[in-house]
Design a protein around this ligand. Structure first.
Ligand code: RUQ
Ligand code: CUA
Length: 666
């Protein structure tokens, strides 16, 4: 009963008698060869990259498997003082939205790009759950390159799932809201008439990865929760789970748990494309930010888009169909063949599996059980392939191994259950510690899973790790799924709360890494391509410092003549042309983070000194034996002082006869 209390939702109480119970003891039998299977000797590489969502820390964390070693934290939706993301002038535009600059979000799901339904190792997409956005991270640089905001949406949870050739990244809205053209000032109790659940289809350019909001579909005001694209035979369709078909706007834990069945909505997006071409959409005036990082100028720009085309599911009768699915479905997963669509009702004691071919027949034969807000409801029996009986309590998510098996996570009964897709028979169950949310099999939502490993991402760790005050770590657990029975191999703590994750064999990515930026290709407007070009330029109260860094000094490293009231921009170019030689830059009293500048890159730190004084600056990244020597001074004089603006390195200004060069004033 402990787990039920933990979850604290009375609705589960009635399910307590069903199925399995909480794992016994924490000293699970770990099989004898587990240590060997996860041991990656010092100096050896892991077999797999594991990209794990950061949850409420807004970032993405990259681990190696099977070791569970943390390799990198990639900032996406949250500022990252560690490398200046969101703090440098170049990256600030990445976090612009129609609500202004937002330094944080809640990042739940990740999806790797695919070609023909297989991972292609090009990009990974991420959702922002709070202020609806989708991001694209380049897997050559592990940097966020693009973020697009989603209008008419709130709570971008059912996102960012992709079609099998990355034609679209899809985003379903969790909180039904009035669309932006109606969203003036609407009473909450007008939910049923005014609130809509909008789904976005973001087109992805095949060569560049550039995203654009191709169209949206306005669907009834339910909570879209998760989704997955059809693949193979069901390519052209998209499936979205939804809850709150009751359309409650208060106390959802009770009021949205009334109906015996909610839905999985099947969307014929090829059909939607036809309607779009035929001009059937309505243009909605709205505002949403579209932010792009340009690798050539190493600078992001933010553009405010003004319009989106919205198709109405109610009017265009044959693009959306509802498949009844028991009890507030959460996960919505499609097997590698594209035939089976698995819904996971959070409050259900079985797992329903829909059949794509049956669904098509049911549509053809109009086997409808009525309409929901103008959308046809298919009969449950007409689309159902079958139900997995007594699998466990609180099913959430399902992944596949490509060998005909499915793996479902059970939050309430804290376990992973392996079952056979064809026979719907449970084959194995293993406890998780504790309360697993998402699961991930390497390549487990593609047409060709790599299999071998399964990772459970747990919500609660209780007694598994050294305690750390009121908040304990979250964790992941690695299982070997190569045999008939799953074997627990490893626990490892995670950074942020993990939700969905993706993983890919390392060989697909590791040899395509950008090692440094070629300085000759640097098109940053403030780049300084050699020490001789370093300079300081005053433009009114703005002072631009064209600075270089190379082991182990900055040029210039002495600057005088800055005055209180000035806005100083340090444009630091890292002149190194070698792998993994970043330099940092920080200056005393700056209300900003550091810069961490990659070789060949230019980054800008804005600094507004508040009082006269001496301000040391230094490199923050231990770059050479003389890293501690990599430092300098900036003198700040009172407002209105006559101290001339000068700069130097080794008491010499480059290209200058006088030992100290006087700055140009434009
Ligand atoms: S969620 S634990 Cu993906 Cu946000 Cu299911
Ligand atoms: Cu450059 Cu330390």
């Amino acid at each position: 009963m402990k787990i039920i209390q933990l979850f604290g939702i009375s609705a589960f109480a009635s399910l307590a008698f069903l199925g399995s119970c909480k794992p016994k003891g924490t000293e699970t039998a770990v099989s004898g060869d587990a240590a060997e299977k996860v041991y990656v000797a010092p100096g050896k590489y892991d077999e797999v990259y594991n990209f794990v969502s950061g949850g409420f820390n807004g970032q993405m964390n990259v681990y190696g498997l099977p070791s569970g070693r943390l390799l990198k934290v990639v900032p996406i939706f949250s500022v990252n003082p560690e490398n200046g993301y969101g703090f440098s002038e170049e990256t600030k535009p990445m976090l612009e939205t129609s609500h202004g600059f937002i330094p944080w979000d809640d990042q739940h799901h990740l999806e790797l790009s695919q070609t023909n339904g297989e991972q292609d190792g090009r990009w990974i997409f991420a959702n922002a759950n709070n202020t609806p956005r989708v991001a694209r991270v380049n897997l050559k640089t592990f940097r966020t390159e693009e973020i697009i905001e989603l209008p008419n949406s709130a709570g971008n949870h059912s996102s960012p799932f992709i079609t099998e050739n990355t034609e679209y990244v899809v985003a379903g809205t969790r909180f039904a809201v009035p669309t932006d053209d109606m969203n003036g000032d609407v009473p909450i109790n007008s939910f049923k008439e005014n609130f809509k659940g909008v789904i976005s289809f973001i087109g992805v350019n095949k060569e560049t990865g550039d995203m654009n909001l191709s169209f949206q579909i306005e669907a009834p005001g339910v909570n879209f929760d998760l989704s997955h694209a059809g693949k193979g035979k069901s390519h052209g369709w998209f499936f979205f789970s939804c809850y709150n078909s009751e359309q409650a706007n208060t106390l959802l834990e009770v009021n949205a748990s009334q109906n015996d069945k909610d839905f999985i909505m099947a969307v014929n997006w090829k059909k939607a494309e036809e309607y779009l071409k035929a001009g059937k959409g309505r243009k909605v005036k709205t505002q949403y930010a579209h932010n792009k990082f340009d690798e050539k100028t190493q600078t992001a720009t933010s553009k405010m888009e003004q319009e989106v085309t919205v198709l109405s599911a109610k009017e265009l009768k044959d693009i959306c169909y509802f498949m009844p699915t028991p009890k507030s479905p959460h996960g919505c997963d499609v097997d590698p063949t594209g035939e089976y669509i698995v819904g996971s009702g959070k409050l259900a004691a079985l797992i329903p599996v829909h059949s794509f071919s049956k669904m098509l027949k049911a549509i053809e034969n109009k086997e409808f059980a009525g309409e929901y807000d103008g959308i046809p409801i298919l009969k449950y029996e007409s689309t159902l392939y079958g139900e997995v009986q007594k699998p466990g309590l609180g099913p959430l998510h399902t992944e596949f191994d490509g060998k005909g098996n499915a793996y479902t996570s059970f939050f309430v009964s804290s376990e992973v259950v392996k079952w056979d897709i064809k026979t719907l028979k449970v084959l194995d169950r293993q406890p998780t510690f504790y309360s697993v949310g998402h699961l991930m099999v390497v390549g487990g939502d593609t047409k060709k899973p790599y299999g071998k490993y399964l990772v459970a991402y747990n919500k609660i760790t209780k007694d598994r790790f050294l305690p750390t005050g009121p908040e304990l770590t979250q964790s992941a657990q690695l299982y070997d799924i190569s045999g008939d029975k799953m074997k627990l191999l490893l626990d490892f703590p995670t950074f942020g709360e993990p939700h969905y994750a993706q993983a890919v064999p390392a060989s697909l990515i590791k040899d395509q890494q950008v090692k440094f930026y070629n300085i000759a290709d640097n098109k940053h407007p403030y780049a300084t391509k050699g020490e001789a070009e370093s300079k300081v330029v005053r433009q009114g109260n703005k002072v631009h410092v064209y600075m270089t860094s190379i082991r182990s000094h900055f040029a210039p490293d002495n600057i005088e003549g800055i005055k209180v009231g000035d806005e100083v921009y340090f444009h630091v170019t890292n002149l190194e042309q070698d792998w993994d030689v970043p330099h940092g830059f920080a200056i005393k009293g700056n209300q900003n983070a550091e810069l961490l500048i990659m070789p060949g890159e230019t980054s800008t730190l804005k600094w507004v000194p508040k009082k006269a004084g001496m301000y040391p600056m230094y490199c923050t990244d231990f770059c050479s034996a003389l890293h501690q020597e990599m430092q300098g001074y900036v003198r700040v004089s009172p407002a209105g002082s006559n101290v001339p603006l000068t700069y130097s390195l080794n008491n010499k200004a480059d290209n200058a006869k006088s030992p100290v060069k006087t700055a140009v004033t434009k």
